[in-house]
Design a protein around this ligand. Structure first.
Ligand SMILES: Nc1ncnc2c1ncn2[C@@H]1O[C@H](COP(=O)(O)OP(=O)(O)O)[C@@H](O)[C@H]1O
Ligand SMILES: [Mg+2]
Length: 310
């Protein structure tokens, strides 16, 4: 668990507070997305958690320990860190990059080798192909996956990610986000994810903290942020299409009717999001879709009214 209590950061003694009396609890095994306009203090907040920056005031507890009371180098070995620029060591192979922290922790060669292969598998890369390559021989998306693998190497309970998918093209980004979500289901971590992309925050966050000028203005589930923005700033930040974005939190399965025979002509999969289902309705100019599973069996129907009622 991460617990920040009344944390303030001023870079100059008489300067403005970049982070201003911020309190935040990230429960164990959950993901919090920190989101807000550029310069609002997201990166500063995150870098105080692994002590790349020391707070001016306040307290930060990670896994029951006050981070200011432990050796920062030791601390960072137990907190995975992923950044947009990835920060792979260019002169080291992929294998050596992933092994960096386990080596510092004194793992045996055999344990490191098997862990490296396991991690490449986890992030969807072929170990045979990757291990001997250098970072410059990889695509942006592959490097980002290696960044995630390296952060997970020593199985840290806490993962900090600062715009991890920001530098990747939109299609690859969505895929990586989905894969990352799958990974988190398998290896439960306490995650703080900094992003300026609301869709990413909605997709990956159990909770979203919306920041403005060093403060958190709303800390809630994606559903609550989108359905009940706390003030005009949040409402404006989440945008006019917040009701449509909110539909991406639900699947057809959540709203379909399985008891009436379907009158729909166009079809949708039960696993599709309601946002996609609504888009299909608009495209088909129809207010009902037949819900059809992979085997082609009709499972029920989805009406526009059922979508509007979620
Ligand atoms: N090392 C630093 N020295 C002085 N000011 C800084 C430093 N790092 C960040 N700031 C200032 O703190 C504020 C918050 O920055 P940052 O946390 O990087 O914002 P975000 O990640 O939300 O874009 C900004 O006004 C920025 O200029
Ligand atoms: Mg930043």
């Amino acid at each position: 668990m991460i617990n920040m209590e009344h944390v303030t950061k001023r870079f100059a003694a008489d300067g403005p507070a970049s982070v201003d009396d911020l309190s935040l609890v990230v429960p164990e095994g959950t993901t919090t997305a920190l989101i807000g306009p550029s310069g609002c203090g997201k990166t500063t907040t995150m870098r105080m958690i692994n002590r790349l920056i020391d707070p001016t005031e306040g307290k930060i507890i990670v896994n029951g320990e006050d981070v200011t009371k432990v050796d920062p180098v030791q601390l960072r070995r137990h907190i995975g860190y992923v950044i947009q620029q990835v920060g792979l060591f260019p002169h080291m192979t992929i294998a050596q990059n992933i092994a960096a922290v386990p080596k510092l922790l004194g793992w045996t060669e055999a344990k490191i080798t098997s862990r490296t292969e396991e991690l490449l598998d986890l992030v969807g890369l072929d170990p045979c192909e990757m291990l001997k390559r250098y970072p410059r021989q990889l695509s942006g998306g592959q490097r980002q996956r290696i960044g995630v693998a390296r952060a997970l190497a020593a199985d840290p309970p806490v993962l900090l990610m600062d715009e991890p998918f920001g530098a990747i093209d939109p299609i690859a980004r969505t895929r990586l986000q989905d894969e990352f979500r799958q990974i988190l289901r398998r290896v439960r971590k306490t995650v703080v994810l900094v992003t300026h992309d609301l869709d990413e925050a909605i997709r990956l966050g159990d909770r979203i903290a919306i920041m403005k000028s060093g403060k958190i203005v709303q800390y809630d589930t994606p559903d609550s942020v989108l359905s009940h923005p706390a003030d005009a700033f949040v409402e404006n930040f989440v945008g006019i299409d917040r009701a449509i974005k909110r539909l991406s939190l639900f699947t057809v399965h959540d709203a379909m009717n399985t008891t009436t025979p379907s009158t729909g002509v166009s079809t949708v999969a039960p696993t599709s999001s309601l946002r996609d289902a609504l888009a299909l309705m608009v495209a088909a100019n129809s207010d009902v879709l037949a819900v059809v599973d992979e085997s082609g069996a009709v499972k029920g129907q989805l009406t526009r009214d059922a979508i509007f009622a979620v």
